[in-house]
Design a protein around this ligand. Sequence first.
Ligand code: GDP
Ligand code: MG
Length: 313
Amino acid sequence: MASQIIREWSGINTFASATQKKLLELLGKLKQEDVNSLTILVMGKGGVGKSSTLNSIIGERVVSISPFQSEGPRPVMVSRSRAGFTLNIIDTPGLIEGGYINDMALDIIKRFLLNKTIDVLLYVDRLDAYRVDNLDKLVAKAITDSFGKGIWNKAIIALTHAQFSPPDGLPYDEFVSKRSEALLKVVRSGAHIKKDAVQAASIPVVLVENSGRCNTNDSGEKVLPNGTAWIPHLVQTITETTLNESKSIHVDKNLIEGPNPNQRGKLWIPLVFALQYFFVMKPIKGLIRRDIARESRPAWEMRDAGFRRRDLY
Ligand code: GDP
Ligand code: MG
């Protein structure tokens, strides 16, 4: 692969100094664990704030954002390095078109990811939405079918537009937990993850506010209505997810061209049937036949079958 010059992650300098300090600490933690680069895949429906979130993390307006969902059809990878650490973030177009999964967009994303390793999946949606629907389920299912269930062990749900006042005087934290639970439920069902599976419980939810009008605290850090400085919190969650015990997802030819990674086991079914036939059914049939041949039949059965008593003795 041609080596490319990766630009310095100078956008960090635009953050409040308290935020900068926390981010550099987290990068130090990753390096301590021998992680010198990290690739985040950003996915979700169109217009939810995927590109804006990438720009917020990088601290530059690198990818274009649009209120009218006129996203380019291709994914874009943005790489920045800082203190010997490289951060790659892959922005993708929304997967839904006309109420269905855009299979072509999905295919382009998969091909773009060939030979790359996904350390974190950032699944983006909006906080200020009141319902989840079948589309959310379709997106979760498309991601699972493309990369396997394991990708959810490396997932974070990011909810944008987090500077928001819930309706009817509902407390902020209560709204956040209700919205998170509803989304987690639909993601679990689209991803075919059982509720009690450990992985489902461990998908963290983080809040994001990309607006330039995001409130700040006394140190100038961008904060949410609950007081959390969201950029360090997001990067901390990314660090924890990177370092968790699950393996990153390497996208190879088999993964994108082979059968659905969740159905691979099904290829063994005909072989299992064949083995069952030769090693279980056939010997049993043989034994039964031998048994029948050896069987001394009762007199009444022989008589009913047309033998006379004389023939028997
Ligand atoms: P994408 O299609 O998922 O990449 O979404 P974009 O990043 O292009 O954002 C769609 C629109 O939502 C743009 O007009 C953004 O300015 C706006 N937007 C994105 N995130 C936020 C956010 O956290 N808060 C607010 N207020 N607007 C946002
Ligand atoms: Mg976009």
